[in-house]
Design a binder for this molecule. Structure first.
Ligand SMILES: O=c1ccn([C@H]2C[C@H](O)[C@@H](CO)O2)c(=O)[nH]1
Ligand SMILES: [Zn+2]
Length: 133
């Protein structure tokens, strides 16, 4: 990995500013580090049809994959909360698709963070192997 957790969190914090959140007003930012050192950012994008909202984490992952990157080392997620911003279930499954060992930094605006992995966040996640007959 080429950059520190703190730096990735800083980048996620900047990405958070772009959040489109007219309904919840809850801005979330993400920064995704590829194994070859490229960074893709994301923010949450809400919709008047609430269920169509895309979280910051998935925005970052879909941006990266659509640009040809799918080997990830770490993902930072930042929100303005006293505790830490923990990815929702849908995002956990989407992150897991690309490796249960991807580091996840859950952070707040003060720069406090916890490090975990998707294996820890979503034990027993559904994977390609589960479709084998
Ligand atoms: O980890 C999370 C949790 C929530 N949200 C978004 C979805 C919605 O726009 C708002 C409130 O749930 O926060 C994210 O982007 N990431
Ligand atoms: Zn989510």
């Amino acid at each position: 990995m080429t950059i520190s957790a703190e730096k990735l969190i800083e980048i996620a914090k900047e990405a958070r500013e772009k959040a489109y959140v007219p309904y919840s007003k809850f801005k979330v930012g993400a920064a995704l580090l590829t194994k070859d050192g490229k960074i893709f950012t994301g923010c949450n994008v809400e919709n008047a049809s609430y269920g169509l909202t895309c979280c910051a984490e998935r925005t970052a992952i879909f941006k990266a994959v659509s640009e040809g990157y799918s080997n990830f080392a770490a993902l930072a997620v930042v929100a303005d909360v006293p505790t830490l911003c923990s990815p929702c279930g849908a995002c956990r499954q989407v992150i897991a698709e690309f490796g249960g060992d991807i580091k996840v930094y859950m952070a707040n605006l003060k720069g406090q963070y916890a490090t975990t992995t998707v294996e820890e966040l979503l034990p027993g996640f559904f994977k390609a192997r589960d479709m084998e007959k």
